[in-house]
Design a protein around this ligand. Sequence first.
Ligand code: PLP
Length: 411
Amino acid sequence: MYKQDYQKNKTFRLVHNPPFANNYARTLLLLDHGEGCWLFDADGRRYLDFGSGIAVNALGHGREDLAEIAAEQMKKIIHVSNLYTTEAAIQCAGRLMHLGNFDAVYFGNSGTEAVEAALKFARLYALRTRGEGHHRIASFSGAFHGRTMGALSATPTPAYQDPFRPLVPGFQALPYNDIEALERTLDDSFAAVIVEPLQGEGGLRSVSPGFAEALNRICREKDIVLIADEVQTGLGRTGEILASSWAGLNPDLVTLAKPLAGGLPLSAVLVPERINRQIKVGEHASTFGGGPVTTAVAGAVLDIICDAAFIRRVREAGEYLHERLQDICDRVPLAREVRGRGLLAGIAVGYPEKDAKSRMGNLIEKMQERGLLALRSGTNILRIAPPLIIENEQIDEGCEIIASVLAEETE
Ligand code: PLP
């Protein structure tokens, strides 16, 4: 259960062979509680959180305000199903609709569910407006849209897809940021294109302005539904409420999830009137999606994140983080390039391709041993996605650990 900390002669709380299915790692760090940007084990050993539970805990840990809202709502009513509704769900949907020119919100419980719903809504729209034979869906190399069969079919990573073939028919992956491939491929047979403004899992690359413009134009001309998957980038993470706005994308549907309910499971698809009109009662549903507890908390999260001063500070913190990461790249030979935007950032590590993935695992473990929790993106990108409330001193502290661990590495 314990592993010795070689630096401070303390112990880590590790669980070996936890009673979970083998899809998760066989050794896990056992955490107990959190406060702000810090996480603690039961012995009080602390970790600076540069991962936010994979870009989820945007407002940090130990939020009494959110806990109180959840507790109050639980005392009133926990669940009603989508046969009925609650004031909390209506209020939350109203706030989300105003993030753009949207007319309705579909609630799910996870990112992949939001993606499934968006893909189905796009196919409904194509079927009802153009008839049969316009059902194909394009996604891009490096994309990550989730693990359920529809979202997985749009996630062209062989390690994720191959064991689960056959996939859903009608999906095609195109090269990311290749305008010519778009022009060549997207024809009348497509219902939708799904794109991440910035690829959170696939290497922290973002759409180029020209590519975004081409996507907007072709989708508009051919009435193909443009879906922006903002499960990871949405709600402030990149320094804008929606990353689509700086990326120059004009999506028809937007998927949101990770930070939406402060760590509780809630996702949303933002739907414009034109598409909503084509959806009939009973054509899609979720038992738990948009329940009163998650939506009550999400309402408060949206109030905080959508405040102009909050977003301004996220932008400042993002710029500061990028400066510090650039500084590491200037000093440490193995730190090759800064990637990402705002507080979804990273460093390309110069490991040789063949063993990059396993060495990245070791690198992140070493950082964990020194009290920093970070993430990987793609094969060789160290991904940093701290709570959006992070302070500059904490950015300094985390970056020092990153620099010292990277400086010990050789190619
Ligand atoms: N879409 C994007 C862009 C994501 O980053 C993720 C998760 O990382 C998902 C979808 C899937 O979300 P979930 O794991 O909540 O199903």
